[in-house]
Structures are given as structure tokens and as C-alpha cells.
Design a protein. Structure first.
Length: 285
């Protein structure tokens, strides 16, 4: 028989237990049913710092550091492509001098999705700041290929995270929230700190008919909002344009329409080399 439910605290660990009667005159049984870390107490002298190292007022090179006391977590690690006046430059990567100077505080990287402007700089940055990477399954797979190209696959720790899962690092707890984007496995992040909750949306669209998987988890955003949010860091690309973005399903339909034209209306030629200076052109549909 269940006698009641209680909670006990051991240092910074909380245990939720259920009390049961053992029977036959034996003592009451306290059976743990949930264990989690207690919320860290806020230090009135401490502040949450949000430090953009790239990605503001530009397209690409997204990377943002969150710092509270002795803990730093980093969201995304992207690159950008050179402007017209950057002759001889192939890639532009963020300046992470601040992270290098505080490397003992850096706990890990959280990646929202697998586009180059969010993961492209990982092989270059992690040469000097080798900390674990947390991301969804597809995103980790894409990152693995990049690390393999740079012979870093065995040197970097990667952790696959599921939607709804929480990761505790230092003074932070980070939750992955399902979103939709033009690439699968995109996620928003709810970053919990003693100073408050920051929601980082990553790149997203509200797509009720995604090509694969579920729609964006608007319910979870609402639940977090009701509890109170310190700051919302939201994708702003084309945010000033009126209207809405079409579902990704319309992209496939557009391709179908393009390729549905009668092939007879278009002609293609290719050349078969038969000998020095000789060629034969074959007509094909």
C-alpha cells in the first residue's frame, strides 16, 4: 500500500521517493522514483553574460557564449563565406580569443542544426578548445564527417541528444526542443541558469507539414514561457518581410513541376571522342 510521496535533499541532489508498506510487520519502504540536481542558488553578485562571438548583423558565423561564474557553454560554431573584397580567402571563422583566455571555464558546445553557418568552424575551433559537443543525431553525423576529414574524430567527444533531454554542465542546464528548418533534426535550446532562463531558437520555421518528422513543439515553448523567460534569442533572417514562409513540402512540389515538362521540348547533345579530332554527336531525350 502506498503511504505517501516525499522529497529529500542530499547536498545538491534531490530524491523523490514513494513510501510503501512492506507488509508482515516490516518497516516502511522508501523507494526512489526520481533523482535530479537541485536548482543552484543564485549569487546576488553574479551575472549571466551573453557574449556573441559572431552571427550578429551578418549572415553566417553563428556562435554565442553564455557565462555564469566559472561556467561557459557555447551555442553553435559556424563559419561564413568571404565577401567580394576578401581576395584569397576561402572561409571566415570566428575569433574565439575570449574562449581561449577562459578555456578552464568552457564546458561544452551545443549545436542547434547541421548547416555550415552553425557547424563549419568546429574543426578549426576545437583544435584549441577541445570540449564535448552536444547535438541531435543527424547533426552529430554531419559533424562526424567534418572531424573525420580533419583527422579529429577520435579526439573530440560527441553526445547525441534527444528532444526533451536535459544536459547539466557547470551552472547550466540545457534542454533541446523540437523545431523545423530546411534541414532535419533542428533544435531550439532552453538554457537554464541561476539568473534565469534564456531561450535560443536557432534557425527555425513554423512548419505544420514538415517533410519528415513532427512539427515544431510550440506547446513546449508555451510551457517555458509561462514559467518566465529572462531573454529570447530568436532567428531574425527575413523577419522584417511581411507574410510567412511556405512549408518545406512545397519545395518538393516545385521540383516536380519543373521536371514534369515534356522532355521532347528540350534537347541534349553530348560528344563521343572517336579519335584525334573526330567526334560524333548523338541526339538524346
Amino acid at each position: 500500500m502506498v503511504l505517501g510521496i516525499g522529497k529529500r535533499k542530499y547536498k545538491n541532489i534531490c530524491v523523490l521517493y514513494i513510501c510503501k508498506e512492506a507488509g508482515d510487520g516490516q518497516a516502511m519502504v522508501m523507494e526512489p522514483i526520481s533523482i535530479w540536481r537541485c536548482k543552484l542558488k543564485k549569487n546576488s553578485n553574479s551575472k549571466l553574460k551573453i557574449i556573441p562571438l559572431g552571427g550578429l548583423e551578418q549572415i553566417g558565423m553563428n556562435i554565442t557564449a553564455f557565462e555564469y561564474e566559472d561556467s561557459i557553454i557555447v551555442v553553435d560554431c559556424g563559419l561564413s563565406f568571404p565577401e567580394d573584397d576578401m581576395l584569397g580567402i576561402d572561409l571566415v571563422i570566428p575569433d574565439v580569443t575570449y574562449l581561449k583566455n577562459n578555456i578552464e571555464k568552457v564546458k561544452g558546445f551545443f549545436i542547434t542544426h547541421g548547416h555550415e553557418d552553425h557547424i563549419g568552424a568546429i574543426p578549426y575551433v576545437l583544435r584549441d578548445i577541445n570540449v564535448p559537443i552536444y547535438a541531435t543525431k543527424l547533426t552529430v553525423g554531419i559533424i562526424d564527417n567534418k572531424l573525420r576529414e580533419h583527422n579529429m574524430l577520435s579526439k573530440v567527444k560527441r553526445k547525441v541528444v534527444k528532444y526533451g533531454q536535459h544536459i547539466n554542465l557547470g551552472c547550466f542546464r540545457v534542454e533541446f526542443i523540437k523545431t523545423n528548418h530546411s534541414i532535419q533534426d533542428a533544435a531550439a535550446l532552453a538554457i537554464y541558469s541561476p539568473a534565469g532562463t534564456v531561450v535560443h531558437t536557432g534557425d527555425f520555421k513554423v512548419d505544420y507539414t514538415p517533410v519528415f518528422g513532427d512539427a515544431i513543439d510550440l506547446q513546449r515553448f508555451g510551457e517555458i514561457g509561462k514559467k518566465g523567460v529572462l531573454a529570447l534569442m530568436c532567428d531574425s533572417t527575413n523577419a522584417e518581410r511581411p507574410g510567412f514562409t511556405n512549408s518545406e513540402r512545397t519545395v518538393g512540389k516545385t521540383f516536380d513541376n519543373i521536371f514534369a515538362y515534356k522532355y521532347a521540348d528540350y534537347y541534349c547533345y553530348f560528344c563521343i571522342q572517336r579519335g584525334p579530332g573526330a567526334a560524333d554527336y548523338q541526339f538524346c531525350l
